[in-house]
Design a protein around this ligand. Structure first.
Ligand code: FAD
Length: 318
């Protein structure tokens, strides 16, 4: 079922959903199921599965030369989506990227998803690979997520890359896109970022999932600006409970989001990660309660592979 239909059916009640990462290459799918199992009690209508593009590593050959290797550390997005739908009978939503994909790769990927009975996709640009400062599309790929949305929408209209295809079947994907309450790191301003977000909606996206944020006021202001800009689709807040001291530096650096001073100081005063985890749960629980009060359609949690803190929050909130 489409995300928009899940929201409609909920009749104003806030739904609980979450996102998982495929396991690192070499690990089995059991670790994923072990994380999902305890969260099923809170009846998520769908589970997102992230996509991880290739990375470049350099291996020393012993003769002073380096060999460039292309590695995909977390393959398996499509397989995990199929396994989730099969095991839990809930919708699985794969993320799909511009990065690393030609238009032909994208079309073939979407055909697989359609054959598997997947009804939703989240369309993203992806980040630059680690060895490059700026994002570079494949030669026959997309530069921005809005272009990827257009391609998915074309397929929804039965328009394939090969225009000579006759009587081709239409897909029916509901498309989600990313939004950034604190603006995307490369955007010169929040207003310009929202301008391009609107382009993704115009191209056919039906809902927005936000980057994580730790201050609800940032979300409320972002939502207000989106509405003023004429964006009417559901905006789903993304939340992440902090769980380790390392994340205090990693999260602002990697995701370009601010942490409120109160949260920072509460964590700084903690003796160990167990205490930090508790602070993270309490902070995220308060955020969740306020967002539900404000009437958000869904609370979407970034599990980053570990579910016990999400479970504690869901228990307190849903
Ligand atoms: P876009 O919407 O293309 O925007 C990228 C930048 O370009 C923005 O600054 C925007 O303002 C600007 N821009 C857009 N269109 C134009 C235009 N026409 N002209 C000029 N500027 C323009 N990454 C992964 O690798 N895998 C995942 O599974 C994944 N899941 C995510 C889920 C969510 C909910 C979020 C919020 C992010 C996720 N990401 C994921 C990270 C995402 O890929 C990066 O944040 C990426 O840098 C931007 O992706 P986007 O789709 O927002 O890009």
């Amino acid at each position: 079922m489409k995300v928009t239909e899940h929201i409609e059916q909920a009749n104003g009640e806030t739904l609980f959903t979450f996102e998982i990462l495929p396991p690192l290459k070499g690990q089995d799918i059991k670790s994923i199921f072990d994380n999902i199992d305890p969260l099923m009690e809170y009846k998520p209508p769908f589970i997102d599965v992230t996509y991880h593009r290739e990375e470049y590593t350099f291996k020393e050959l012993g003769n002073g030369l380096l060999k460039k290797q292309v590695v995909k550390k977390r393959p398996g997005t499509v397989g995990i989506c199929a396994a989730i739908q099969n095991k839990y009978q809930v919708d699985a939503i794969p993320h799909i990227l511009c990065g690393g994909f030609t238009k032909e790769d994208t079309e073939n990927f979407l055909i697989d998803l359609d054959f598997l009975g997947i009804d939703n996709v989240v369309a993203l640009r992806g980040d630059a690979v680690k060895s490059e400062t700026y994002f570079k599309p494949e030669t026959e790929g997309h530069m921005y997520a809005s272009e990827l949305v257009s391609q998915i929408q074309d397929l929804n209209n039965g328009k394939y890359l090969d225009e000579e295809l006759q009587n081709s079947s239409q897909t029916n994907f509901c498309i989600g896109v990313a939004g950034y309450p604190e603006k995307h790191m490369e955007a010169p301003s929040l207003d310009s970022d929202i301008h391009f977000l609107k382009k993704k909606i115009k191209a056919g996206a039906e809902y927005i999932v936000t980057q994580m944020f730790f201050d609800n006021q940032k979300f409320f202001k972002f939502e207000e600006k989106c509405r003023k800009a004429g964006i009417t689709v559901p905006i789903i807040p993304g939340l992440k409970p902090i769980a380790t001291r390392k994340q205090l530096n990693m999260i602002p650096h990697r995701f370009h989001v601010d942490l409120p001073d109160d949260l920072i100081m509460n964590i700084v005063r903690c003796k160990d990660n167990k205490a930090i985890r508790q602070v993270g749960i309490e902070w995220c629980t308060q955020q969740s309660k306020e967002l539900i009060e404000a009437g958000v359609p869904i609370l979407h949690y970034y599990s980053m592979g570990r579910s016990s803190n999400i479970e504690a929050i869901a228990k307190a909130v849903f």
